[in-house]
Design a protein around this ligand. Sequence first.
Ligand code: 8YV
Length: 331
Amino acid sequence: MNKTARPAVLVARAVFPEVIERLRGVFEVEANPDDRVWSRAEFSTRLAGKQGALITGSERIDAELLDAHPQLRAVCNMAVGYNNIDVPACSARGVVATNTPDVLTETTADFGFALMMATARRMAESERFLRRGEWTKWSYDMFTGSDIHGATLGVLGMGRIGQAIARRGVHGFGMKLVYHNRSRLAPEIEAALGARWVGKAELLEASDHLVLVLPYSAESHHAIGAAELAAMKPSATLTNIARGGIVDDAALAQALREHRIAAAGLDVFEGEPALNPALLDLPNVVLTPHIASATVATRRAMADLAADNLVAALTGGTPPTPIDPGVPRRA
Ligand code: 8YV
């Protein structure tokens, strides 16, 4: 292929150098080695003349941006969640939008389970206490938490990651499982997990440990707010590894302060990387910076899959993981 005819692509955030090198073998690549989070205006300026973009959750793709860049043919997200992409707007314009499902399922489930356990067993709070030099004696009730084994695990959003967390709870820790999802699991999967589908109200009431794994959308915005928190057991924990905005963080901070639930584990926040300062002052919340998929192997697999999608989309191939498989391509 004539070098000047190679498609031009933008890689919006820093990523494994090997992945950039591979893309340079196929495309003219503009990368972001300093990993600055570009403003929307700068992102748009850099998209000029690009046929494709490898993006992350930090970059928003909407109708206005697509209309400003009619040459754009593919946006490949290095994430399974795609609430940063207006998929119908892409499909309507023949722009292929892709995400990275499957490759992060088990890693993200490991983290969700670990965060739930850290929350229930007060690991972060007790570690801070120890580091402050406050550990002077054993006490029968020092950092007593709640059990995971034998407890009732509640899962809101029973997709791939929800099911992987459920497997850990049921098969590894003998937990009972209740879940709520728009569509029920196939009967054989429900049977294998001993899973009970319940309405959202019953899920809130029954869960000892409630884990949120649903996609963010207008419908799931503040799915957990003051009323939902009030319906939970005072001994319950809440873990959010899905998206900020699914939980009303201000209402959660208040519920934690008033011990209306026991504790929370949060990997995602409304308006992240900023977070509600009220959360920082609370002892009974474990806070992590959106790292549920962050193992070296999984981040590499996500980057490789995003690159596979970009290469296929712009070289006449079939992208492995399109979000909307039916989209006719922009010429
Ligand atoms: C990403 C995620 O790290 O895949 C997702 O949906 O939330 C994370 O795995 C993050 O979105 C960066 O793009």
